[in-house]
Design a protein around this ligand. Sequence first.
Ligand code: GDD
Length: 317
Amino acid sequence: MKVLITGITGFVGSHLADYLLTKPEVEICGIYRWRSDTKNIDHIKDRLKLWECDLKDASSVSKIIDDVRPDKIFHLAAQSFVPTSWHAPAETLTTNIVGELNIFEAVRRAGLNPWIQIAGSSEEYGLAYEEEIPIKETNPLRPLSPYGVSKVGQDLLAYQYYMSYKLNVIRTRGFNHTGPRRGEVFVCSDFARQVVRIEKGLQPPVIKVGNLDAKRDFTDVRDMVRAYWLSLEKCKPGEVYNICSGKSYKISEVLEMLLGMTKETIEVKANESKFRPSDVLVLLGDSSKFRKETGWKPEIPFEKTLKDIIDYWRGRI
Ligand code: GDD
């Protein structure tokens, strides 16, 4: 079985590749951008087939799809950092929406109908009112960032391609996921990295933070990639599924937990540049639709995830 992962050098892509290596029937093919750092897959590179490709380039996507003829595609490549989407909204929309469009058109032109997972996001829900928590798939979408809008675009494009052409797409809406290898700009990794830099004397004992009042529903990335695999095994084409733990933490609690994992005494300081023009205040999801379809449930406790992130940075810095 040929599985194609877009964004294979990324955080989620590399964990999915690790997971799929436990499945002997799977041949793992991956697409990466020429600029991307391959450190996340250096340990498994010789067991993967890799293609360099910019998803915005339709003809190069088409060539790869013709070449690989995948049975399954996990579309994980994206501009995924919310604050960047305010600085580069056009780039975010183009990469995320047109990149996906090029994959859909390429498989159609090749006369294929692989199973395709489209990695949507809880950021699509954006503003959710108290009475709407925990958030179900039927909740109105009120995205609060260009990134959120780009994910709504990806999600609905997938729906439309299913309706128009019966393309076998599964739309997942992943809530926050984190773990080792998480990029340093994302909150848990950002805080853990700062703590380790302080431990190593590379930064004064002051941690810079943004909005600590936001709440997020975190899942370990290793549970998330297992869910992504199951989504293509068990879910219904055209349908949309929340994937989340169903428990949310205030970002201040996440900070406290990380500060409890070091012997250093650290001062906390708000940094203006880390606040967003509009932040999603509460994300807490209901994933019962997905759990019913697949039997999935998260297995890794959040405390272990945070410990693994801090250890990851201790090993890297
Ligand atoms: N990055 C960061 N750095 N965030 C901070 C900080 C900080 O120093 N201080 C507070 N925060 C708050 C942010 O304002 C936000 O409310 C929350 O921590 C989480 O921020 P991120 O880790 O950057 O993630 P996100 O929730 O914006 O988006 C992530 O989750 C989405 C799914 O809900 C990303 O992984 C997206 O790609 C993903 O779709």
